[in-house]
Design a protein around this ligand. Sequence first.
Ligand SMILES: Nc1nc2c(ncn2[C@@H]2O[C@H](COP(=O)(O)OP(=O)(O)O)[C@@H](O)[C@H]2O)c(=O)[nH]1
Ligand SMILES: [Mg+2]
Length: 383
Amino acid sequence: MAIVDKILDLFNGDKNDNDKLQKSGEIEQDLKKRAALKWDEYEKTKVRLALIGQPGAGKSSIINSLVGTKLFPVGVYTDTTITAQEKEYGGLIITDLPGYGTARFPLDAWIDEFKPEQYDMYLFVFDGKLHEADSQLFQYLEKWQQERQHPFFLVRNKEDQIWDDEKTLEHLKEEIQADVRSLLTDEETPIFFTSCRHQTGIEALKRAIYKMDFDEVKKSKLVSSFKATCLEDLERKRAICRDNLDMYAYAAAANGLNPLPGVDISVDLGVFYSMLKDIRETFGIRDEQKIKRYEILGPTAKKLIDEVCQYMVENYANKLLMELAKAFGKKFTEKQFTKLIPLVGNVASALLGAAMTRKVGEKYIDDCYELSKMIMEHTIEQK
Ligand SMILES: Nc1nc2c(ncn2[C@@H]2O[C@H](COP(=O)(O)OP(=O)(O)O)[C@@H](O)[C@H]2O)c(=O)[nH]1
Ligand SMILES: [Mg+2]
């Protein structure tokens, strides 16, 4: 039952005080249970993404394009690297695996050492001829995809360098595709051609990733962490944030069953802050200085930037939330809650907390969405 229905049900006229008391106890238990389970689980869920392929093929460049930031250094040759490089970004843990099929790491030794079967998904990036070891690896990738539902994507990067004075680009790409597919069991496996230099093919790769057969929560983490490059991406991000609102509202209310001092409303400020941070970061807003540069877009942009940025510093955000809670609590207690609060105190104030969390969250999502849309339209115009 949605929170609003619970409130209505709790306070509906046919219930006597004993019923209300009992009902409120049930709701309290229910709130705690649901919130603890879902929020914890959600926060803990990460997508473990492995980058595999020839050194210099563009693994770092591809992942940087997908997330829209310089997460991994480019042009740092990793032939001699013998450890995996790991970076966390949003809901992703990205691991850049060293090369295999070398003297140091024949394929089997590489698999023993890095346990690649554990990753949720793989981007295999290449830019030239494939070798015997690659063909062996493909058999593993197909196996992990089938047996463990860990999908892989084959990316032929540096499309801009595919050239031959006697053959068309299309023809050359068909040859590469046929060549790669001859090493696979599934001959329908798509090959993604990309150029990080010209930023082509990245969009198609991203769309295929969003379409894959995958755990829904994990997929939402990918959508949250990858950069939005079209309106459809922004809408996807907005939908995920909206879907998560109830989860945050329950958690903020249930974790905050001790009411805030001086307010008839209880909410866990930590959960609240983390909800706003999640929303912001889903829209790629992470750096106050960077986002403030878009104030030049006009008064509407400036207003949105102020709204969004005011919650960026935790201490200040908490102060604002306390004020909101006071105003919100006052509005309701003046109306119908005053006489009920002594009776069902904890639950009434927790439900108020949940309702407030939802309301502020909804507005924050809209602000982040509108701001991102303005910035995207401006960026497209510039190009
Ligand atoms: N021409 C061209 N160069 C690229 C492309 N992608 C990456 N590079 C260059 O290739 C080099 C290696 O890229 P990097 O992403 O570091 O590869 P990694 O070693 O696989 O992580 C760098 O100098 C990049 O600038 C591309 O699509 N086209
Ligand atoms: Mg690299």
